[in-house]
Design a binder for this molecule. Structure first.
Ligand SMILES: [Zn+2]
Length: 350
């Protein structure tokens, strides 16, 4: 199956009332872990690569690995997404490579660190939307600023400094026409999200619900949404790791989000922890081993287990065969004739 538009994948998720995990990849084993989980649970998938990942693996290697995943799994819809594009150029290069979706994170300036102004964000995101939609490619924007730093990208902080303002979210959607929107509701990137178990008073779920009510056509995205389960932390620390105690986003909060318009959930940290724990265990228990396969195989299995569990919890499990994937060129027609226009004024007029 050719790579599928993320828009189609998220539209279908909205119809089915479920969420889709977007899992980050840097290498072959992570791609295999995701595809193994997708096959096991019969799930559509979003595979995403950050700028750091594209650099680490090199564009052509990474992209051809994804194509291999598509070739080997003809029954599973796969969208390939650029995570946190920092500029028009980054998004354009991903689209030229064949990515079916891009995130233009205009909430930060091009340095990926300094919060931008609302007008700057609108301007660069609108430019990416115009370029991408002509080519049938999906665009995710961001409004408000997420906390933490990952892969050198992020403003730092706790994630509570720049909570998304629902009025701004509506104006942003209207002026950019994004398909999906990442909002800041108190989540952060990286392993250290919360110093105590977060509850409804920490995550601004009421903001999320308010935005979904006003933007029912725009798919909401939760970033920094690893749950950082204690059992994964414990394995790392048991075998020589030194992680400080930390809490992630509880799965129940994500599920509440999914009931209120969240269609894409970004998960990276949990997979990193699972792989690191598995590798540490092998090296700790059998220090005489030196064949990378001896620890990469358990690492891949550990990540597959986490991904399969998330796919089940997000509800995407069982939905791989629900629909016939459309060609990107067909999607481009939908943008051109307005039938895929998500802007509030246009959606209301339909
Ligand atoms: Zn993110």
């Amino acid at each position: 199956m050719p790579l599928v538009s993320m828009r189609q994948l998220l539209d279908e998720a909205a119809k089915g009332g479920y969420g889709v995990g977007a899992f980050n990849v840097n290498d072959m084993e992570q791609i295999q872990a995701i595809m193994g989980a997708a096959k096991e649970t019969n799930s559509p998938v979003i595979i995403q690569a950050s700028r750091g990942a594209r650099q680490f693996a090199q564009d052509r290697y990474l992209f051809h690995l994804i194509l291999a995943a598509a070739e080997l799994n003809p029954d599973i819809p796969i969208a390939m997404h650029q995570d946190h594009g920092n500029s028009f150029e980054t998004c354009k290069s991903a689209i030229e490579l064949g990515y079916t979706s891009v995130m233009m994170d205009g909430s930060l300036k091009e340095d990926g660190k300094t919060p931008s102004t609302f007008e700057e964000n609108v301007e660069v995101t609108r430019k990416v939307v115009e370029y991408a939609h002509e080519r049938g490619v999906t665009v995710e924007g961001e409004i408000g600023v997420l906390g933490g730093v990952e892969d050198g990208h992020g403003a730092g902080g706790t994630g509570l400094e720049h909570i998304t303002d629902p009025d701004q979210a509506v104006e942003f959607a209207e002026r950019t026409g994004v398909d999906a929107l990442a909002i800041a509701i108190g989540t952060s990137h990286g392993a250290y999200k919360f110093t105590k178990k977060p509850d409804g008073s920490v995550l601004k779920m009421d903001v999320l619900i308010a935005i979904h009510k006003r933007l029912p056509q725009t798919h909401l995205v939760m970033h920094g949404s690893s749950s950082v389960p204690k059992d994964l932390q414990d394995v790392v620390n048991k075998y020589g790791g030194k992680l400080k105690e930390t809490w992630g986003v509880p799965v129940e909060e994500i599920q509440l989000g999914i009931r209120n318009g969240v269609r894409k959930i970004n998960v990276d940290t949990d997979n990193r922890l699972a792989m690191t724990g598995a590798i540490r265990k092998v090296l700790w228990e059998t220090p005489e081993k030196f064949d990378p396969r001896d620890y990469m195989k358990p690492a891949r299995e550990a990540m597959q287990k986490v991904v399969a569990l998330r796919m089940t919890q997000f509800g995407q499990a069982g939905h791989a065969g629900d629909y016939k994937p459309m060609l990107i060129t067909e999607i481009a027609k939908g943008y051109a004739d307005g039938s895929l226009d998500t802007r509030p004024s246009m959606a209301a007029a339909r």
